[in-house]
Design a binder for this molecule. Structure first.
Ligand code: URA
Length: 445
């Protein structure tokens, strides 16, 4: 008897009928995707079958591992000490990585971080960092590892041949309606995290109107699946399930978000954003064995207060070719030529915000890509003055919209206003963190 032969049509039918794929069937599928021996229509059919039928935990672990091994597995062993990584499932105004990476490095924990570009209504750290003039987001592997060894941190774009199976599957999911599937999202994210090589992985699973997961139960399930995959593969993995019903911080848009992070690291950032930065940084430090959560929170606050976290951001940016006076004094960042004050059409409370629509308004101003080929305007975006729960009067400025072309403003302003629900009633207070998930289970907050 020779090697077992598989037919893609049998694999699709098995999943269509609710079966669990064997390790060999998974390997055949992933190998065939990368080798381009399986046509897109059969890949898409299996993805849709997975969307409807799901995957068992062992099946998902194997699927993720096969995706991780479809390309390079980054070897971080030349970097001394424990290496940490973090990942967000994607949000609006989500600028956490730009603060957390230098903070943990300033506290003595190394971060070799590969980040992504904007996707849909969500922004991407790589696009944000590139708004710092001169910042290079592509370093070769050797320079990347050397920088992390020398100064403790580097944030670059995804480089090399990292989880190529994910690129193929993601592109097909994007156009076949199978993006919001828990096993497909979990395997997509965790395959890249496993391939990126860190010892500890912190996941920020966003939940709400601006996230891919719109409700708490789904977000917690996604977090549990990803933690299980990480732990199963020997990585210490923890997830925070966090609110994404309201944009994070006050600034949305690339340079605007870097400016806001400089404020956070100067200890004058918005309260909610600063709290999130402190908690997530401290969680990474505890995972790296730096102390209890309370001790690590104190350590993070001290490194913000004494300026060493901001110094580390500047050091990282300088090492990657950036012009850093804009970080030393963030009023030096280039500003968009058009600033439109968006005024409230009514009196009342802002009862709710559709964060996805607000992310889209920012994209429409030029902060994101309308097509794969679009260039980003680093100065475009939105500064929010009023958010959910705030009381407003007709004519109060709700937000400033920044753009470089006048024709972009009106449609974005319309989209922004449509995203707001006003009410005479004050909405309930917003919870920032819904749950923390680790190998011991789910802790609801
Ligand atoms: N981010 C990813 O990398 N993959 C997904 O499927 C969703 C968000």
């Amino acid at each position: 008897m020779g090697k077992k032969h598989f037919r893609m049509v049998d694999i699709i039918a098995k999943k269509r009928d609710g079966g669990a794929l064997s390790n060999e069937e998974i390997k055949y599928f992933i190998d065939g995707c990368v080798a381009k021996t399986i046509p897109d229509y059969q890949i898409s059919a299996l993805l849709m079958a997975i969307y409807f039928r799901g995957m068992t935990d062992p099946e998902l672990a194997e699927f993720t591992l096969a995706m991780a091994h479809s390309g390079d597995m980054v070897d971080l062993s030349s970097i001394e000490g424990i290496k940490v990584d973090k990942h967000s499932t994607g949000g609006v105004g989500d600028k956490f990585t730009m603060a957390i990476a230098p903070i943990v490095a300033a506290c003595g924990v190394k971060m070799a971080k590969m980040s992504g570009r904007g996707l849909g209504h969500t922004g991407g750290t790589v696009d944000k960092l590139e708004s710092i003039p001169g910042y290079r987001t592509s370093l070769d592997r050797e320079a990347f590892l050397k920088q992390v060894n020398d100064i403790g941190v580097s944030v670059i774009g995804q480089s090399g041949n990292l989880a190529p199976a994910d690129k193929i599957l993601y592109a097909l999911r994007d156009v076949t309606g199978s993006v919001p599937s828990i096993p497909l999202i979990a395997s997509s994210i965790m395959s890249k995290k496993l391939a990126a090589g860190a010892d500890c992985i912190l996941l920020d699973v966003k939940c709400g109107s601006g996230a891919f997961m719109k409700n708490e139960a789904d977000a917690i399930t996604l977090a549990e699946k990803m933690v299980a995959i990480g732990e199963h593969n020997g990585r210490r993995t923890m997830a925070f399930v966090t609110n994404m019903d309201v944009p994070i911080g006050n600034n949305i848009g690339n340079a605007l978000e870097v400016k806001e992070i400089v404020d956070v690291l100067n200890d004058r950032g918005p309260k909610g954003l600063t709290m999130g930065v402190v908690e997530l940084s401290a969680a990474l430090l505890t995972m790296a064995g730096k102390g209890t959560m309370d001790e690590c929170i104190a350590m993070v606050k001290q490194h913000i207060a004494d300026g060493s976290a901001l110094k580390k951001l500047i050091e990282m940016a300088r090492a990657q070719g950036a012009y850093t006076p804009v970080l030393e004094d963030n009023s030096k960042f280039p500003v968009a030529p058009i600033c439109y004050e968006l005024k409230s059409p009514t009196d009342g409370y802002i009862f709710a915000m559709d964060a996805e629509a607000i992310g889209n308004a920012s994209t429409m101003l030029g902060a994101g890509r309308e097509t794969k080929e679009s260039a980003i305007d680093p100065t475009a975006g939105i500064v929010l003055f009023r958010k959910t729960g705030d009381k407003v009067k007709k004519g109060d400025v709700l937000a400033n919209l920044y753009a470089s072309k006048p024709e972009l403003v009106e449609p974005a302003a319309e989209r922004y206003l449509e995203a707001l629900t006003f009410s005479q009633d004050q909405p309930p207070a917003i919870k920032l963190v819904y749950a923390v998930v680790d190998k011991d289970g789910v802790k609801k907050l």
